[in-house]
Design a protein around this ligand. Structure first.
Ligand code: GEK
Length: 245
């Protein structure tokens, strides 16, 4: 099931429904994210490096918008000889159900818990690391500031937020350049023009990207310092935001 190819948007369907993280998406998700998000495997690998540096013994790691737990399972494998808890949160019932199935056959080092909840509502406590790997972009714009403040409050001093997002650009020229390169990457990864256009339409009101500067300002005004963009691949970036000691 885990290698199933994503063909969800292959049919010519003139009424494209808004994108949802339902069972159809769950069934193809590992293939979908790998073929759609530039640098996704490297992002996962480097989150392991950053987490290894900032993890504090006997604290919690939160994987917010965990989907199928790729970040959770990768950290559980990469943080050797450490004690703590990883909490994966997602509001998709189908995603969390599949996370539980994967957890049942996973030999875990950390205590791992998957929770079906809206990340704007869940508690964050005693955390040294919070990760939102391509999740904030799906949260309504008006709720983003409060969510970042809640994450800041739930982190221990010296703790970090790793925030990965698709971004938009201030100039039309750079926006088009990055979009074209992203679409070209998807085409080389086997998506045809119809699939790319259908998926773009389905995501239009669901995935709301913001600019690098808006993210930076919001992270800083939540109290994080320093905030650094540690990765960019086309129109996808990741920030490291530190809660000062
Ligand atoms: C990965 N991090 O593989 N509350 C909880 N979950 C949410 C919310 C919300 N308000 N909004 C969206 N989600 C993963 C990839 S995917 C990114 C993350 C993508 C969840 C949603 O159900 C989905 O599982 C996830 O956030 C976004 O590294 O598909 O582009």
């Amino acid at each position: 099931m885990h290698n199933k190819k994503d063909t969800i948007y292959k049919e010519n369907n003139s009424t494209i429904k808004p994108f949802e993280f339902d069972q159809r998406v769950v069934d193809v998700f590992p293939d979908m994210i790998k073929r759609s998000v530039p640098g996704y495997p490297m992002t996962l690998a480097m989150i392991g490096v950053i987490a290894d540096k900032y993890f504090i013994e006997d604290t919690a790691i939160y994987d917010l918008g965990c989907s199928l737990g790729a970040v959770t399972f990768s950290l559980d494998n990469s943080l050797y000889n450490k004690n703590g808890k990883i909490i994966g949160v997602d509001n998709s019932e189908a995603m969390i159900h599949q996370c539980q199935n994967l957890l049942n056959v996973h030999q875990s080092q950390f205590e791992i818990e998957f929770i079906q909840a809206d990340i704007t509502q869940c508690d964050i406590q005693n955390a040294s690391i919070v990760i939102m790997n391509f999740t904030l972009q799906f949260v309504p714009l008006a709720q983003r500031e409060e969510l970042l403040k809640k994450i800041y409050d739930g982190l221990l001093p010296g703790g970090v937020l790793i925030l990965s997002e698709k971004i938009k650009f201030d100039t039309e020229e750079e926006m088009l350049l990055m979009q074209e390169l992203h679409h070209h990457m998807k085409a080389l990864n086997g998506y045809d023009d119809m699939e790319i256009a259908n998926k773009r339409d389905a995501l239009e009101k669901v995935l709301l990207p913001e600019s690098h500067d808006i993210h930076l300002q919001r992270l800083q005004s939540a109290g994080f310092h320093p905030v650094s963009q540690w990765l960019r691949c086309l129109n996808f970036v990741s920030f490291l935001a530190i809660k000062p000691d």
